[in-house]
Write a protein that binds this ligand. Structure first.
Ligand code: HEM
Length: 183
């Protein structure tokens, strides 16, 4: 579970798929960190830069979820709170918690049921196509369903979690969840 959370944080950070916040406008003259910003100036945050600041992340270009785990395997919240993808301040994203929950449920539901792998001889490229949102370059993957035996093992080892997923999966209309509705 901490690794899954660390993985999602690393996706937020590395992909920075919302590279800039929505443009806002200053309502007064203000001085910020020694910089004077006049009233009526358009301002927004370069989230991509925050998430790739080598002073914070070191090897910022590497996709390494482990960076957000402590030696004992817990989430290093002092570090993950520095990942910026939902903006900051009073105009921060209203759907922050909902989006995080949705991503967690979506990802774990897929991983519970599917085996996902690279296709032979394809070199994966983590660089993005720039735009209002950052998009992945085209790629192919091979997806197969987990065998029923493996699936049962997963189910037994995480009953509580599966139950939560089951309830939430109805919300997201994942009909495959019918098979686990008695959990
Ligand atoms: C991973 C998914 C999402 C990301 C990365 C994201 C990111 C952002 C960002 C960067 C902003 C601009 C913040 C700023 O200007 O400082 C924003 C604003 C906003 N987001 Fe999201 N968002 C996501 C999902 C959602 C969802 C699911 C909802 C609604 C259920 C939502 C509702 C809003 C609203 C209403 C605003 C405007 C807030 C305001 O101007 O006061 N977002 N979002």
């Amino acid at each position: 579970m901490p690794y899954t959370e660390a993985f999602i944080y690393e996706v937020f950070r590395h992909a920075s798929y919302v590279p800039f916040t929505i443009p806002h406008c200053t309502t007064d003259n203000i001085t910020l960190n020694g910089y004077f910003i006049p009233k009526d100036t358009c301002v927004f945050i370069n989230q991509y830069q925050v998430n790739h600041d080598i002073d914070i992340w070191g090897d910022a270009e590497a996709f390494r979820p482990e960076r957000s785990l402590t030696l004992s395997g817990h989430l290093n919240k002092n570090l993950t709170e520095k990942v910026m993808i939902f903006g900051i301040g009073v105009r921060r994203c209203l759907g922050d918690s909902f989006a995080r929950l949705e991503m967690f449920v979506f990802l774990t539901t897929l991983l519970h049921r599917l085996h996902i792998e690279n296709v032979p001889e394809q070199r994966l490229d983590l660089s993005s196509t720039f735009g209002l949102t950052m998009k992945p370059k085209p790629f192919r993957i091979k997806i197969s369903t987990l065998s029923y035996d493996i699936y049962n093992t997963v189910k037994l080892s995480s009953l509580c979690h599966v139950t939560e997923l089951c309830q939430l999966s109805y919300f997201f209309n994942i009909t495959e969840c019918n098979r686990i509705k008695n959990c």
